[in-house]
Design a protein around this ligand. Structure first.
Ligand SMILES: C[S@@+](CC[C@H](N)C(=O)[O-])C[C@H]1O[C@@H](n2cnc3c(N)ncnc32)[C@H](O)[C@@H]1O
Length: 391
């Protein structure tokens, strides 16, 4: 954790940078741009700066931070694909602390299915450094297989692309339904503080919001949602998905994240959207607090990911909950394998498995989605519950 003085100083610098960007843009910045800068402005944004971010001493916890069982199961799923291809590589996007990479590699090693290479595409220079340190400590003998990228891989390869909680970290546009019209929510400075200011949406945003409203089952004859309805969408998912998956010639893409199919995402009762900020394990919906020190996320519209992946030339191979994904890959056996005869460790792993799988914890909110290209095979993680029809 950053010392309080350093944290306050860092936050003030990020705030100044954002304020100068708002002024340079004429006094108003779209929320999408604001979120992009707050998270990724080089050297300043939450992910680019030096805060701890993940795990117990950070701001939020992800499945690989909860338990090595998550990575073990993902490793088994990767091994199935690599076995079917004969050989191949793995590309992980947004690797956080590096734990998932280490757990996947360790499990692939025990199955004698090590990938030729394990690429990590990571936007944050700070996290690339932390991942290197972590992997060097955990798996020094495998370090020469791991390669870091700061932009999408161009070299074609066969294998697996995977990402846990990266889609939810992509900047989103925020909109409000007001007097039967669409407004774009942006950020201005009022009385020296950042504040939400809405503007009439352009034609492109208006069209998108009408489509989302129609998908939620509401009338699309101008009725839309109730007045004041606020939500988000991630307009860059399409271009981003295409860019990060273009190099995969044959193999699978595995997305893990919290989110919903579109029809549920944009239900009238979810009228405040899904934007959430995380600071030292406290959740809020205020993106203007703790700027540069807190994570800002939005739930994933998996229907949008499905549209984007299909356009990028992939076949939908599975969509299920995290709990069913882990059960399909026999997390119970993974527990036994990891614990051996250590009953204390087994009890700890069993607790972690509950956190990963219980519906009130991460089991249902989090989804797993699989796409295949140039390959047709069943994937064990997606055999127990098939939610593809909901997309
Ligand atoms: C919420 S963290 C998840 C980390 C890790 N996957 C986990 O589950 O613990 C999001 C990660 O994605 C990275 N990231 C965000 N946007 C990215 C992008 N456009 N390309 C590559 N990495 C990105 C962040 O720097 C961070 O490592």
């Amino acid at each position: 954790m950053m010392p309080p003085d350093a944290a306050a100083g860092h936050s003030a610098r990020v705030r100044d940078h954002l304020a100068s960007q708002i002024n340079a843009a004429g006094g108003w910045l779209s929320f999408e741009r604001f979120m992009d800068l707050a998270l990724y402005a080089p050297g300043l944004g939450y992910y680019s700066g030096g805060a701890q971010k993940l795990g117990r001493d950070g701001d939020f916890t992800t499945a690989p931070e909860v338990s090595p069982l998550f990575g073990a199961c993902v490793g088994v799923q990767c091994a199935e694909v690599l076995a079917s291809l004969g050989t191949g590589s793995v590309l992980e996007i947004g690797a956080g602390s590096g734990r998932l990479a280490a757990d996947v590699l360790a499990r692939l090693e025990t199955q004698a299915r090590l990938p030729e290479r394990y690429w990590i595409l990571e936007i944050s220079a700070d996290l690339r450094r932390r991942q290197h340190e972590y992997l060097e400590k955990r798996l020094p003998h495998l370090l020469d297989r791991v390669h870091w990228l700061d932009r999408p891989l161009e070299e074609p390869f066969d294998g697996v692309i995977l990402a846990n909680e990266v889609l939810d970290a992509l900047p989103v546009a925020r909109f409000r339904w007001h007097a039967n019209a669409v407004e774009e929510m942006g950020v201005a400075i009022l009385e020296k503080e950042f504040a939400w200011v809405a503007r009439p949406a352009d034609a492109a945003m208006t069209k998108i919001c009408h489509e989302l409203s129609a998908a939620s089952g509401r009338r699309d004859d101008g009725g839309g949602w109730d007045d004041g309805y606020v939500s988000e969408y991630c307009g860059r998912v399409g271009a981003w998905t295409r860019a990060v998956t273009q190099s995969l010639r044959r193999g699978a893409v595995l997305w893990f994240d919290y989110g919903l199919p579109r029809a549920q995402y944009y239900l009238a009762e979810r009228h405040e959207g899904t934007l959430a900020c995380h600071f030292r394990h406290r959740r809020s919906s205020d993106p203007f607090a703790n700027i540069g020190l807190q994570d800002i996320t939005a739930w994933v519209d998996f229907t949008r990911v499905a549209e984007a992946s299909r356009e990028a030339g992939f076949e939908l191979a599975g969509f299920t909950t995290q709990a069913h994904f882990l059960a399909g890959l026999h997390i119970d056996q993974e527990m036994r394998l990891a614990a051996g005869s250590d009953e204390n460790l087994f009890a700890r792993l069993a607790n972690q498995a509950r956190q990963l799988m219980l519906p009130g914890e991460m089991g249902e909110r989090f989804k797993a989605m699989a796409w295949l290209r140039g390959l047709d095979m069943p994937l064990s993680g997606f055999t127990l519950l098939d939610l593809r029809h909901s997309l």
